[in-house]
Design a protein around this ligand. Structure first.
Ligand code: HEC
Ligand code: HEC
Ligand code: HEC
Length: 450
């Protein structure tokens, strides 16, 4: 090869390399936007589901393994994502909507053709630990493998053994509706290269057993950070800001650190256990995506696992506090009047609430998150507290979308974020308009005269 030809080749190789790097970065960004905005749909899976998750597992040679497997499946909330409306538990087909399209969860019942009946423990471990399916295809991070990677082999074996015993259902999910290039699973190689390394859970030997159990449940199986941890520009969770609160699908999963204003600083371990077990306590009710987590996962967990989670969460150092500008006096006046008119029937004067039924707003962390999206969503769309065996009926907050225009929602939100010792950034009508249009609720009353 001549010198010029060699240089030409080197040049072309360099260009090709640059092109690949650009492509990888572009794919990562697209994937991130898709992943960051990815929504977990709240649906009502069939009532038989709780029955399946709580039925007695008969004694037998495998009983201990199966009971352990089910306990792990409950802690991982596998059922919420893998059950479609009206479908069989674990048979998949739930469409997870994204701004770019829809991704459907697969069948993880023991059906041999369409489920995981034929999967070996090695294949199952590879899916959870590395995010790689049986056919070698890369799974999308809508499946929380960045957390499940920490589940040890003994536990994935128990999970697989249990899943193979749930009623098998022959069902093939619909094809994902994703645009190019996201429909190509290879695009996940780029995302993984930048954001994900398979790893094991590392217990901290200086900490008690319960703390380590709690850390494992929160970080690995419970994938709490998938909602509660802020993301990097590429959509990976920020380890330096673990569980400090994040926005997901127009809700805010609040700060879970020891910060007394935005986090769990004022909650006792018993408060945390009560919230996770029953969906409510004297300080807050579980609504939004947390309602689903409570109904199908934490409310079915054992008291000792919940106590372990509380021990771990109570050990988290408070997130540094943020400053916020003072609200305008006019907004506080207008907001106070709206609060007195529209909110006191349930939350009472002084925002003190009727604990156990209507949560207090004075001191509420949900009300004081930096990002007001969750509060705006709640006021516009209303909310529904998770039903649990302790409280089988819904507790609902009505929607105010048709009653209050954007400015009024902004004022009352500003008010509850800054009255009674609360402190958080004021809310503008534009912020409300943005959430309203994303929620797709009726706009005609959204602006005075509009
Ligand atoms: C937040 C939603 C969510 C949760 C929680 C979840 N999954 Fe999934 N899972 C998915 C989605 C979505 C896919 C499909 C990803 C894809 O197609 O790339 C998937 C894929 C899988 C696969 C690969 C199946 C196949 O046919 O390739 C397995 C195995 C699996 N999940 C098991 C579990 C188990 C076990 C749990 C509980 C410990 C669980 N999942 C919890 C959403 C979830
Ligand atoms: C699918 C997203 C999602 C997952 C997964 C999730 N959460 Fe949440 N969580 C939320 C949202 C959203 C809220 C706010 C609920 C509300 O406004 O009523 C919340 C609220 C909470 C609260 C109450 C905070 C307060 O100040 O009122 C606690 C405690 C909590 N979550 C703990 C957990 C733990 C522990 C896990 C893991 C086992 C977990 N969450 C997993 C979305 C999630
Ligand atoms: C009919 C009773 C009712 C009325 C009226 C009502 N709410 Fe609520 N509110 C609830 C219930 C029930 C919850 C718990 C369920 C949930 O979180 O969605 C709640 C929760 C909240 C929370 C979350 C508190 C936390 O820490 O979990 C805020 C903030 C809130 N409401 C604000 C308001 C505002 C502002 C108004 C008036 C515009 C209002 N509510 C009117 C019943 C009501």
């Amino acid at each position: 090869m001549s010198e010029t030809a060699r240089r030409g080749l080197g040049h072309r190789l360099l260009l090709a390399l640059i092109a690949v790097v650009i492509l990888l970065v572009a794919l990562s960004i697209i994937t991130w936007v898709w992943f960051a905005l990815n929504a977990v749909t709240i649906v009502d899976p069939p009532p038989g589901l709780i029955g399946l998750l709580t039925a007695r597992i008969p004694d037998g040679p495998d009983a201990d393994l199966l009971r352990r497997g089910r306990r792990l499946v409950i802690a991982g909330d596998c059922v919420s994502c893998h059950t479609r409306m009206g479908g069989h538990p674990f048979a998949g087909g739930l469409g997870l909507p994204t701004p770019f399209g829809v991704i459907y969860s697969p069948n993880i019942t023991g059906d041999r053709d369409t489920g995981i009946g034929d999967w070996t423990p090695d294949q199952f471990f590879a899916a959870l630990h590395r995010g790689v399916a049986r056919n070698g295809g890369h799974l999308y991070p809508a499946f929380p493998y960045p957390h499940f990677t920490m589940i040890p082999r003994a536990d994935t074996d128990a999970i697989l053994a249990y899943l193979k015993t749930v009623p098998a259902e022959h069902y093939i999910r619909s094809a994902n509706r994703l645009p190019f290039p996201l429909d190509i699973r290879l695009s996940m190689i780029g995302w993984n290269a930048l954001n994900f390394t398979p790893h094991a859970f590392r217990p901290d030997s200086s900490k008690p057993l319960a703390w380590n159990r709690g850390a494992y449940l929160v970080q690995a199986l419970g994938h709490c950070g998938a909602c509660h941890t802020p993301k990097t520009a590429l959509g990976a969770e920020r380890p330096d800001r673990a569980l400090q609160g994040s926005t997901i699908d127009n809700w805010v999963a609040p700060d879970l650190t020891g910060n007394p204003r935005t986090g769990l600083g004022r909650w006792s371990a018993a408060d945390i256990v009560a919230y996770l077990k029953t969906g409510r306590n004297a300080r807050s009710n579980a609504a939004g995506q947390m309602a689903e987590v409570v109904s199908y996962s934490t409310s079915l967990m054992s008291q000792s696992d919940l106590a372990a989670i509380a021990t771990y969460l109570k050990s988290l150092a408070p997130r540094p506090d943020t400053a916020s500008p003072a609200p305008a006096a006019a907004a506080m006046r207008a907001g106070g009047a709206i609060y007195a008119d529209a909110c006191t029937a349930c939350h009472l004067a002084g925002g003190r609430g009727q604990p156990g039924m209507f949560p207090p707003i004075a001191g509420s962390a949900v009300a004081q998150q930096d990002d007001a999206t969750g509060v705006i969503h709640l006021i516009l769309g209303g909310g529904r507290t998770a039903p649990t065996s302790a409280h089988p009926t819904f507790q609902t907050m009505p929607s105010f979308a048709w009653k209050l225009n954007d400015q009024q929602v902004a004022d009352v939100a500003t008010y509850i974020r800054n009255a009674w010792g609360n402190r958080a950034s004021p809310v503008t009508a534009d912020q409300v308009a943005a959430v309203r249009s994303k929620l797709g609720v009726w706009r005609s009353l959204s602006r005075p005269g509009g």
